[in-house]
Each structure stands twice: as structure tokens, then as C-alpha cells.
Design a protein around this ligand. Structure first.
Ligand code: ATP
Ligand code: MG
Length: 342
């Protein structure tokens, strides 16, 4: 039977799919739009993201993965079904066997893990394997995870920040917090509401973060400003305000500190033998949330270690699943234990 092998990065913010032999074939927001009257799925991915905050009463745009884990099982299943049919079917899907490698945060509970496995199988895959995100991120960043050396990876996504030390194909030390890019957006929404009595939506907050957000105040950045629009919280009318990079950096400082604390507490757990490897090799930074301006420098200052970005921070995890698929027998040791269900 013809088989299709796909790797899925089921992220809080984005869902990406790697097709064996082809590369990344899908990269869309993890959003699904449903008709709230009958639960019918109206749109998935980019089309659904455009609907966030703009839907009429009977349509809701939902992000079914929250903080890295499934918040709504049925909608996650619909989303996986959509990506499988869009990428793996190729006309004769009923005759194809689908093998899927799906990422989960290292910090997931057994129940959360089972939800991912089951929803992948119910969505049409015949074999579902799970891989921990930092492991996939390290593979995708071209780290040789099998060697007996310590490598440190920080993956800051939308919902989770995972700091992991990897050696010999396994995670040796881990610190996982449910604070990442989304928490930055929330901090911006709260700051703008408190300071300007202005209510802004998630998408505006994300735009502000990407355009003028930062983890470190320095000269490059101090005089950047941006005009934003929202709703006045006192009279409900539309209004604009001009906000500065400096105040956004300050608004983000609590999130930045939580991330730094996670990095430090993971370092405290590193066995001494591996510490010297990390001092030699530094830290690999990946995930969309890590792209906030200056975060690499702040982490380097706070830890006295070199910090490098992975080549494609938004793709490392899915590229890691691809590495497993391309060489399944040799790399399957890095997959999360637990028998795949057929
Ligand atoms: N240039 C940028 N600057 C700051 N943040 C960014 C940038 N580009 C993307 N992001 C943020 O990165 C996050 C998405 O990253 P990513 O796709 O790695 O997350 P995810 O894998 O979906 O989430 P998770 O791994 O937590 O489940 C979003 O919060 C987005 O706003
Ligand atoms: Mg991720």
C-alpha cells in the first residue's frame, strides 16, 4: 500500500506540516471558524484567522490549542483532519496509509498526550507517534541529538516556553512554562487598557509586539512609535493612541523575566559534565516568540553564555519531525515512549 508520512507541529499559534520527500507543505495559523448554531466547520487556518474578532454572532473563530495543549478536542481533530486531507491525500487517500509524527510540549500530562494521539488517529492517521517539541526543535536546528554531548535549546512559541538540555537522544533537563508569545500579547492589551483606556484586540497587540516589542531597551529602538486604534473603554467610541517602544518593552518585562527565570532554573538542573558542553556550545534559541527584539542579548547577559538563533526559528520543530521521517528507523529512538495505536 502507498504510504504517506507527515510531521505535524500542532502549535498554539501555527500548525505546520512536513511531507516526507517534499518538505514543508503547509504553514497556517491554528485557528478554526465554526458555526456556533450547529458546530459546522466553516474555515480552517489563514481564512479562519482573518475572522478572529470580526465574526458575526453565529460564527466563532477558535484556537483549539492553548498553551501548547489541546483545549478543544473536536476542533483540534477537525483541524488535523483538514491538514491531513490538504497535504496527504493526493487524490487516492483511501488507499494510503498515513504515518504521522506529531509534536507535544515536554511538559504535557499523560491525559494531554493521549488527547493528541487519539485526535490524530481519529482525524485519519493510521499510525501516530509523538515527539517532544524541544527534541524536534533541536533536530530541526541541525543539532546532532544522538551524540553524548549536552545541547541547550529554548523554544518560545505562542503558548509555551520550553527550555531543555538534550543529550544521547533524550531530554536530560527541562523547564517548561506556559508563558510565551501569547502572554506578551496579553501584557500589551493590559498595558494599553490601563494607560490609555483603550481596548485593543489580540491581532493589534500581536502587531504592536512584532513591530515595536522588545526585551531590551537600547538605542536602536528607543524612539520607535506606533499609532494604534481601538475602542475607548470609557465611552465605547473608536479612538487612536501613539505608543512608544520603550513603554511596550516595560510592559513586556514581566514576561521576559519569567522566561529568563525558566532558563536559569533549567541551568541549575544541568549535570556538571554537560555544563561544560553548554559553555562551549552556547544556547540555541527558536520558536516565533524568541524573535522579540533583543531577547538573545538579554539571555546572553543573564547567563554569560553565547546565544544563537536556529536558522528558521518558526520552522525548527516541523523540520525536526521531517528529520525523523526521512530516517525513521535510525531516529525513532527520540520519539516519546508509548506504543503507537494502529
Ligand atoms: N517577529 C516576531 N517578533 C515577536 N514575536 C513573533 C514574531 N513572529 C512571530 N512571533 C510570535 O511567535 C508566536 C508563534 O510562534 P510559534 O509558531 O513558534 O508558536 P507555536 O509553535 O504555534 O506555539 P507553541 O509551541 O507554544 O504551541 C506568536 O506569539 C507570534 O506572535
Ligand atoms: Mg511550537
Amino acid at each position: 500500500m502507498i504510504s504517506t508520512e507527515i510531521g505535524i507541529d500542532l502549535g498554539t499559534a501555527n500548525i505546520l506540516v512536513y511531507l516526507k520527500g517534499k518538505g514543508i507543505v503547509l504553514d497556517e495559523p491554528s485557528v478554526i471558524a465554526v458555526d456556533s448554531k450547529n458546530g459546522n466547520v466553516l474555515a480552517v487556518g489563514l481564512e479562519a484567522k482573518h475572522m478572529i474578532g470580526r465574526t458575526p454572532g453565529n460564527i466563532s473563530a477558535i484556537r483549539p490549542v492553548k498553551e501548547g495543549v489541546i483545549a478543544n478536542y473536536d476542533y483540534t481533530q477537525s483541524m488535523i483532519k483538514y491538514v491531513i486531507s490538504k497535504t496527504a491525500s493526493g487524490g487516492n487517500r483511501f488507499f494510503k496509509r498515513v504515518r504521522a509524527v506529531v509534536c507535544v510540549p515536554s511538559g504535557v500530562t499523560a491525559v494531554e498526550e493521549r488527547a493528541v494521539r487519539e485526535s490524530t488517529l481519529s482525524a485519519g492517521a493510521h499510525e501516530a507517534y509523538l515527539i517532544e517539541e524541544p527534541m524536534a526543535a533541536a533536530l530541526g536546528a541541525n543539532i546532532d541529538v544522538m551524540e553524548p554531548h549536552g545541547n541547550m535549546v529554548i523554544d518560545i512559541g505562542g503558548g509555551t516556553t520550553e527550555v531543555a538540555i538534550i543529550s544521547l537522544g533524550g531530554v536530560v533537563a527541562l523547564r517548561s512554562i506556559r508563558v510565551a508569545g501569547d502572554a506578551m500579547d496579553t501584557a500589551i492589551i493590559n498595558h494599553v487598557r490601563r494607560t490609555y483606556n483603550l481596548h485593543i484586540g489580540e491581532r493589534t497587540a500581536e502587531d504592536i509586539k512584532i513591530n515595536i516589542g522588545g526585551a531590551k531597551l537600547d538605542s536602536h529602538y528607543l524612539d520607535k512609535h506606533i499609532e494604534i486604534g481601538g475602542r475607548d473603554t470609557t465611552n465605547g467610541l473608536p479612538r487612536t493612541a501613539v505608543i512608544s517602544a520603550r513603554e511596550i518593552c516595560l510592559a513586556l518585562s514581566e514576561t521576559t523575566e519569567q522566561i529568563i527565570d525558566a532558563v536559569k532554573s533549567c541551568l541549575e538542573k544541568v549535570p556538571p559534565e554537560l555544563m561544560s558542553d553548554i559553555m562551549d556550545r552556547g544556547i540555541i534559541l527558536t520558536g516565533g516568540g524568541s524573535l522579540i527584539y533583543g531577547l538573545d542579548k538579554v539571555i546572553a547577559d543573564e547567563t554569560d553564555l553565547c546565544v544563537h538563533y536556529a536558522e528558521k526559528p518558526l520552522n525548527s520543530v516541523v523540520l525536526g519531525t521531517g528529520k525523523v521521517l526521512e530516517n525513521f528507523e535510525a531516529t525513532k529512538r527520540v520519539l516519546r515512549l508509548g506504543r503507537p495505536r494502529y
